[in-house]
Design a protein around this ligand. Structure first.
Ligand code: DGJ
Length: 729
């Protein structure tokens, strides 16, 4: 593994045990892309670049006959030169022109990986884990540099890419577009997969063949969003879970993004991902730099499961951080769907007491404990305890809950401000707004202006004061509206299009400070469920509330879609009450448990209202989850039957040592007179025997994979089943 440079051929070969990513420097100094895919041993594949006449309307490069930049796969295309496809970078110079011409200047290869200034990114713990290539390109006329970074990890078949723009000139320039990664494929025989949805319906898998022209997904909402996740994959048309070439692109960023594929007139696909250029202009003055976020690119020749495993392992081990990164996550109970805003400390203690008797480990107090917040009409920004509801204060409540043998967690929504709040009265200009325009409210709230340093400092202080005031073990960090009327009273006119990105940088500064000042707190991010489920947030908080939709059947698709990229250890999933609060469906407690156990397990219901029989069942679920927890959170995840276009869903978790597995199955609707089905398992040792713990039966790994585990009779709608198996020889 490593990065090699062939001086004679001017070829860079970035490789792991299984993959190669190859680029080279053209005779003109332009950086071209040669190959990305299964490992290629040769270091001399520059024959891929061909000079030939393509007919009219393609300009020659440097007036060299037959050399058409637009007909060559490029590594980081600029705008205005003879490649007229979608650029990766566009800069407006002080003379008003937007043409640049970046050519190779120098490169470095070194062990390890540098941090990205102010931005979340994958990391190494030891320099031997990865190697980095840093290529500097220069536009001599404009006196600008672009530095491209490529890090390849020894143990993960992933390439982390980012870039930096440096202004060496004496004039200010405007960055109009700076994408983090660009890959030019020499064909377009791909399906385009992305994760789309809405609030309470996040990350449904969408798959379509590529067509000529542009196709893209993006967010313009100030957050990575419920609507589109900053992820896309290009997959060969035959791709399924186990077969096919898969190229994944995921942006480690929580704000506006663009993931774009352009299929050109010769049927080449150009794939790009980065900050959304829409409504974005960044000014860099003389001597200043701009760092773009990181894109993590994964190639797998082994279908979607192969890609997911790489993302899961890398994000679990080298994107998430902190005390809880490798720790089993506590089973929690959250009072939101149990009480909404209508609670006091007595009610909270009743729920916690009952939960502690059933083995639940953490109580989370959700929205409504601060200011005068008895509904969503006030108090965001007033982060002091409402002593009418929490009699005796937070410290007393926490110690009483701790005495029950449970940890205590607290909800915050620090990035927001209610116009009906003390904070707003003191600082009406602290929200994102444009002077003179309406401040549109969503959920009766406005977004705090995190592009301003003093606003970020105030948030750090308010939240830290509460966290210091009591032994809080967990924080749910919520964010419940997108940005509108984007503007800031702190910045001059020319910097207004920087505000959305400056907000995200401010947010990252706050998160860095708070998570490092309180290293033992488990942080879970949330944005009305999964409205900001991205690698940026995962860097600071190892788990996310997957969706506000807690219905077991709806969750099948949401969790499956999420699992394409993000590990199960990052997914909060809870059993809630029936009829379900989002869709009104009634499912059994058992099935709700089966689905919620495919993630960080918990409850979100009024446990005091449950019958003794139900409480007994919850107790058993808790015991069962504790047994399977490390395998679910830290094992390998396999999707066996997809919930999309099917009446069933099934999945399995295999421990890393491959000795223990958890198999789960859910059938949506009952069917009459159908033959009993078998569920074929994956990734077992075909020469080994496995014991099904629930029945005592013993089967060969080959039988389980090629004949399948008998599902058995499941009568009625929304039926589920869990099995655990041990390898016994
Ligand atoms: C949205 C979250 O997703 C819910 O879980 C809950 O915390 C509410 N906000 C509280 O306002």
């Amino acid at each position: 593994m490593g990065i090699r440079f062939n001086e004679e051929k001017k070829i860079f070969n970035i490789e792991t045990k299984n993959i190669s990513y190859i680029l080279s420097i053209l005779e003109t100094g332009h950086l071209v892309h040669l190959y990305w895919g299964r490992k290629i041993k040769s270091n001399k594949i520059d024959y891929i670049i061909t000079k030939r006449e393509y007919g009219s309307f393609l300009a020659n490069l440097d007036n060299i006959k037959g050399l058409h930049l637009e007909a060559i796969a490029q590594e980081y295309p600029g705008y205005g030169n003879p490649d007229l496809r979608s650029p990766a970078i566009q800069i407006k110079l002080s003379d008003g022109s937007t043409v640049t011409d970046f050519r190779y200047e120098s490169h470095k290869i070194f062990k390890g990986k540098k941090k990205l200034n102010g931005l979340p990114a994958t990391y190494v713990e030891d320099d031997n884990e990865a190697e980095t290539l840093e290529i500097t390109l220069k536009d001599k006329l404009a006196n600008l540099r672009v530095v491209l970074f490529y890090t390849i990890f020894e143990d993960y078949n992933a390439i982390a890419r980012s870039c930096k723009i440096i202004n060496d000139s004496s004039k200010e320039v405007e960055i109009l577009r700076v994408l983090s990664a660009n890959v030019d494929f020499n064909h377009s025989d791909f399906d385009f997969i992305h994760l789309s949805g809405a609030w309470a319906r996040e990350r449904h898998i969408v798959r379509n063949p590529l067509r000529l022209g542009g196709q893209s997904i993006e967010s313009r909402r100030g957050a990575s969003s419920h609507a589109q996740n900053p992820f896309m994959a290009l997959v060969s048309p035959n791709t399924d879970e186990d077969h096919g070439d898969v190229y994944g692109f995921n942006l480690i960023y929580s704000g506006n993004f663009l993931a774009n594929v352009e299929v050109d007139m010769h049927s080449n696909a150009r794939a790009q991902i980065g900050i959304n250029p829409f409504d974005f202009i960044w000014n860099i003055g003389p001597g200043e730099e701009f760092q773009a976020p990181e894109a993590v690119m994964v190639y797998s020749p082994n279908g979607l499961t192969g890609m997911s495993h790489i993302y899961h392992d890398l994000y679990r081990d080298r994107l998430s951080r902190g005390y809880y990164r490798d720790k089993e996550r506590p089973i929690l109970i959250n009072n939101w769907e149990a009480t909404y805003f209508d609670f006091n400390s007595e009610k909270i203690k009743e729920i916690a007491k009952e939960a502690s008797k059933l083995g639940i480990e953490l109580f989370v107090l959700d929205d409504g404990w601060f200011g005068k917040r008895n509904n969503d009409e006030s108090s965001l920004g007033d982060w002091f305890v409402n002593k009418e509801k929490i009699k005796g204060g937070l410290n007393l409540l926490v110690s009483e809950i701790n005495e029950m043998g449970m940890k205590f967690g607290l909800w915050f929504e620090p990035e927001m401000i209610s116009p009906n709040s003390k904070l707003y009265k003191e600082h009406p200009d602290w929200c994102i707004h444009i002077e003179g325009r309406l401040k549109s409210q969503a959920r009766n709230q406005l977004v705090l202006d995190l592009s301003r340093e003093e606003v970020c400092d105030a948030i750090i202080k308010m939240i830290s004061d509460i966290l210091k005031s009591a032994p809080i073990s967990y924080v749910k960090w919520d964010m419940n509206r997108n940005m509108s009327e984007i503007g800031s009273s702190a910045w001059p006119a020319k910097k207004q299009k920087e505000v959305a990105h400056r907000y995200i940088l401010g947010l990252y500064r706050i998160l860095e400070k708070i998570t490092s000042d309180f290293p033992n707190i488990l942080f879970e991010s949330c944005s009305g469920g999964g409205g900001r489920y991205d690698g940026g947030m995962l860097y600071y908080m190892p788990q996310t509330w997957t969706s506000d939709d807690t219905d077991a059947i709806e969750r099948l698709k949401i969790q499956e879609g999420t699992s394409l990229v993000y590990p199960l250890s990052s997914m909060g999933s809870h059993v809630s009450a029936v009829p379900n609060h989002q869709v009104g469906r009634i499912t059994s407690l058992y099935t709700r448990g089966v689905v919620a156990m495919a993630g960080n397990f918990g409850y979100e219901l009024d446990i005091t209202k449950m019958s003794d029989k139900e409480k007994e069942e919850i107790k058993n679920q808790v015991v069962f989850y504790k047994k399977i927890r490390s395998t679910v959170q830290y094992g390998d995840f396999y999707r066996l039957i997809s919930a999309f276009n099917s009446n069933e869903a099934a999945w399995m978790n295999l421990s890393k040592d491959k000795k223990y597995l958890v198999v789960s199955y859910v059938k949506k609707y009952g069917e009459a007179n159908v033959k009993p089905k078998r569920l074929k398992l994956k990734a077992l040792d075909e020469d080994a025997l496995y014991k099904v713990n629930e029945t005592g039966e013993i089967f060969g790994g080959d039988e389980l994979m090629y004949i399948g585990l008998e599902i058995g009779e499941l009568f009625g709608d929304y039926q589920g089943r869990n099995w655990t198996l041990n390898k016994i020889n």
